[in-house]
Design a protein around this ligand. Sequence first.
Ligand SMILES: Nc1ncnc2c1ncn2[C@@H]1O[C@H](COP(=O)(O)OP(=O)(O)O)[C@@H](O)[C@H]1O
Ligand SMILES: [Mg+2]
Length: 594
Amino acid sequence: MRSIQQLPDLLINQIAAGEVVERPASVLKELLENAVDAGGRSIEVQLEQGGVRRIRVADDGCGIPPAELPLALARHATSKIASLDDLEHVGTMGFRGEALAAIAGVTRLAITSRARGQSHAWKIEAGRREAQPAALTEGTVVDVADLYYNTPARRKFLKTDATEYAHCDEAFRRIALAHPELAMQLAHNGRVTHRLAAGDASRRVRALMGDDFVEQGREIEADAGPLRLHGMASQPAYSRSSRDAQYFFVNGRFVRDKLISHALREAYADILHGSRHPAFVLFLELDPSAVDVNVHPAKIEVRFRESRAVHQFVLHALRRTLAGSTAAAPPSGLGARPPPPGDALPPSAGDAWSSIRPVTTGQTRLAMDSASRSYFEFAAAAASGDASRPGPALPAVDPTQSPPLGFALAQLHGIYVLAQNAEGLVLVDMHAAHERILYERLKTVLDGSPAVQRLLIPAVFSASAREMATAEAHHETLQSMGFEVAAAGPAELAVRSVPALLARASAGELMHALLEELHDFPASEVVAARRNELLATMACHGAVRANRQLTIPEMNALLRDMEHTERADQCNHGRPTWTRFSLAELDRFFMRGQ
Ligand SMILES: Nc1ncnc2c1ncn2[C@@H]1O[C@H](COP(=O)(O)OP(=O)(O)O)[C@@H](O)[C@H]1O
Ligand SMILES: [Mg+2]
């Protein structure tokens, strides 16, 4: 072993660079953060060869006074904090004073800057002590060339230019989403790839996330004392097969936080199929002293002082927004035109399903109740031996009392329910809507307290060896859910009872699907681990099938149930369950009164 000695500065910087400078995108991130902290109005980025050859970031911010230029490149030199107290309230993106030093350790770096009040700019190159006079109108240009030119071993870990560029593009997006007030531009190999004008948040989100996201998204705005969450989150109908469109910012800083991710997953758990991912751009604002940003080298993780409160706040704010299926803003109708002002429902009916109350006056209510019973002919009422009674005819109703989804007119091709409400036409995908309602109700089944329907004649079906084994292994779980299943032969299973909510389902098909869900899970964990899949499978099999003729009272009962079911505007695969066409939209379509 050698004796202990001080490492040379350059080597220290190269070691530190390992944390800060993982690839071109990490350089770009640091330079963009510095440009944001400089407080200008615009930022321009030029990349060459994925950023490996060159990264140049120009801003029109405060600049660096010539006397401080050499310091900017020194380790632990920063203008952003001066004390521990400052660190606890830090409002800037940077604060460690390490990035430029680390970048200078593994690249050829030059800074040209003109601080406010200077008659000209000054330029310093890493490795030189003295700044030289230079030309620049205002702000700062940081030019970084030849990443890892002096550490070839690390250069080998870089991916293709296209991949490195994609990471740079992502770093650029993160900053751009959080700073709509800045005009921003990105160019790669001389070609402009993003040109973003300064503007408001929604315009920036549209530019970077696309029109579809904005049109399908739900706006979120929630306050709880010192916490504020705002931004936009996709409805399940607009889901993605990967997590590529998920942006969460804490005080303007993009973060990946376990706690936040968990809250987001929870909020979507009931409405999004497991293999789909939501898209969102969300901003959490809170007092800087309530969050520690100094826990990760790239500051991509944070620590909240009141982590539980933050988790609950994010979860509930999001859930409320996603559950509040607004009758005023359903999935888009004809040509996805926004309804003109005055076309929306009165605010009382418009803001959330939760604000909708059942019709409560005299005769109408009676009619609704009996209709409900009739509708449950194929569901809950089956258990009370009431299954075959036909629903009564619906009495005429006062149109001013029309509930949000209105009253049924007819069934279209055995698939859609047509209804008329105060503002126009409502179209419901009968299977999807019923599936959604069942999904919510079936939660009692997984709680182990379902009403059970015994089958008069057991449903016997042929089963594979694996299914036989799974049925046996999960016998108790199935029983607690209301299913009585037993072997009826060497390759046959018999179902003797099912949850009453599923009395209408084909017991054999349902059982094949459930056994598939259950098979590679230990019985003790299966309900917790596969909860959503189990519910979805049961709901799908229990829901009314296409081509089943519904009576008008059954259709009305379905509409009422939708009004009383949270998140009823999308089925549990994330497809929409209904849409509407207002009279105004229909008039426009037929060019009436134009
Ligand atoms: N684009 C810029 N405009 C003005 N000042 C800058 C810019 N980039 C860097 N600086 C100055 O250089 C210092 C060091 O930057 P850096 O190494 O990134 O550390 P930090 O951002 O953590 O302070 C900053 O504190 C700031 O004073
Ligand atoms: Mg910095």
